[in-house]
Write a protein that binds this ligand. Structure first.
Ligand code: UDX
Length: 454
């Protein structure tokens, strides 16, 4: 099928490249010429494992352009995957979405095109985009005859760092529209994934347990709500583990054991119960905020979602309190942070716990050293105001420090020979911000090991 994708961020790029890999003819549009040039040269503007390999494998079906007029005409499906940043009041800023919809309407010329909201948009945005498309389309002087279009929602559940696997081997696909023909088109588009009939990319074999993928084909509002409800649930699952973690620390229980014991109940499930400094990233914070904002438009309170947010920001504060408990005085102390990105395998710094922790330590008079395997370049560009020192080497992070905090559980940190660094520190306090290090081993090596919960 002929597909157009507007926006080449994490969601748009992964969607476009994956669909091209499956054999669809895909054109990706981005207004940023530099990004388009990079992608044409086979380079990926974001850090995402496997993306450049998939770009190479899908190259023959893939075109990049800055022009809607080149990409939209003739497309069976147009995905809109532009950014929807949070506005001041927590509601998503839909300016980019509006502009994209207006531009799409200028170029529609096919007998039937499905315009899909792939960005995380507030409930009701499908209708809103539909109205913009229709208004802009009827105003066109060159309006062609026999052109039909409809709006659908196809929320994205991919995790950064796992984007390709999450797209090709998803738990489910959700499509929503009030127009049955759109649902048929999307059902056809995703057949290779639903039936798992494609030959896997050379670098990403099909997991042994990957079966046919369930398709949830529903109305527009339900599809839009599924996305928010799922993300908020994952966020509150983590916050619940963190809330229990605080009680575990008080009663002398081990939160890692508690989470394991809970997660083995299949009704609960073991994933997203990892305690620590909490969630960050572009989705959970924004989506929980937007859910609360939408509910308030209906005079509805969302106490559970609000609590998940409060617990999450408390975790960041608790990390600093733990250091204060150990060091008594933070002023003048040197503290190293391992990991800047909001989670491993990405260079994304949006709402990263490390930034809050660093800022709060600096505000209390500490000096902060930062290290990350991939995110330091982005850090320099995005956080010029944050007065911390960037360490190039692991030795340098530990050197002369009063405490080191593991904030992001990059594999390379877990695999370190931890015996080598304890002697470099002024006081060997090690705060495990993710509950991933072996406490007994660390203590045997001479560290004063503490964790966020316990
Ligand atoms: C998330 C959703 O998982 C995805 O479905 C959605 O479409 C986009 O938002 P992402 O933000 O890429 O994906 O990251 P995810 O892997 O979900 O992790 C989010 C945050 O939660 C990270 O900061 C991570 O460190 C933290 N986390 C995750 C925990 O603190 N504990 C856990 O058990 C799991």
């Amino acid at each position: 099928m002929k597909v157009c994708v507007i926006g080449t961020g994490y969601v748009g790029l992964t969607t476009g490249v994956s669909l091209a890999f499956l054999g669809h003819e895909v054109t990706c549009v981005d207004l940023d010429q530099a990004k388009v040039d990079m992608l044409r040269g086979g380079k990926c503007p974001i850090y995402e494992p496997g993306m450049e390999d998939l770009l190479a494998e899908a190259a023959q079906n893939l075109t990049f352009t800055t022009s809607y007029a080149e990409a939209v005409p003739g497309a069976d499906v147009v995905f809109v995957a532009v950014q929807t940043p949070s506005a001041e009041d927590g509601s998503p800023d839909l300016r980019y979405l509006r502009r994209a919809a207006e531009s799409v309407a200028q170029s529609l010329n096919h007998d039937f095109t499905v315009v899909v909201n792939k960005s995380t948009v507030p409930i009701g945005s499908g209708n809103w985009v539909d109205a913009i498309l229709r208004d802009s389309f009827v105003q066109r002087e060159d309006r062609p005859e026999g052109v039909e279009f409809a709006v659908a929602s196809n929320p994205e559940f991919l995790r950064e760092g796992n984007a390709i696997a999450d797209t090709l081997y998803p738990d489910r696909i959700v499509i929503g529209s009030d127009n049955p023909r759109s649902l048929e088109v999307l059902n056809r588009l995703y057949r290779p994934i639903i039936n798992q009939t494609f030959t896997p990319p050379s670098f990403l074999p099909r997991p042994e347990d990957a079966n046919a993928v369930p398709l949830v084909s529903t109305d527009l509002a339900s599809a839009e709500l599924i996305k928010y409800a799922a993300n908020a649930f994952l966020a509150l699952k983590i916050s619940y583990a963190n809330e229990i973690g605080q009680l575990a620390a008080k009663v002398g229980a081990d939160i890692t054991e508690v989470a394991r014991g809970m997660g083995l109940d299949q009704r609960i499930g073991s994933r997203f119960l990892q305690p620590g400094v909490g969630w960050g990233g572009s989705c959970f914070g924004k989506d929980t905020k937007a859910l609360i904002a939408t509910a308030s438009e209906y005079n509805l309170d969302m106490p559970i979602v609000k609590a998940a947010r409060e617990v999450n920001s408390r975790q960041r504060a608790i990390a600093v309190e733990r250091l204060q408990d150990e060091l008594r005085i933070l002023k003048g102390r040197k503290i190293g942070l391992l990991g800047l990105a909001f989670k491993p395998n990405t260079d994304d710094l949006r709402d990263a716990p490390a930034l809050d922790i660093a800022n709060s330590l600096i505000a209390r008079g500490a000096r902060v050293k930062l290290h990350d395997p991939v995110a330091t370049g982005r850090f320099r560009i995005e956080q010029p105001e944050l007065a911390a020192y960037l360490s190039e080497t692991i030795d340098d992070v530990f050197a002369d420090c009063d405490a080191v905090v593991l904030v992001t559980e990059w594999a390379q940190y877990l695999e370190l020979d931890w015996s080598k660094f304890v002697g470099l520190m002024r006081t060997p306090i090690l705060l495990d911000g993710r509950h991933v290090l072996d406490a007994d081993r660390m203590r045997r090596l001479g560290y004063r090991y503490v964790a966020v919960s316990g």
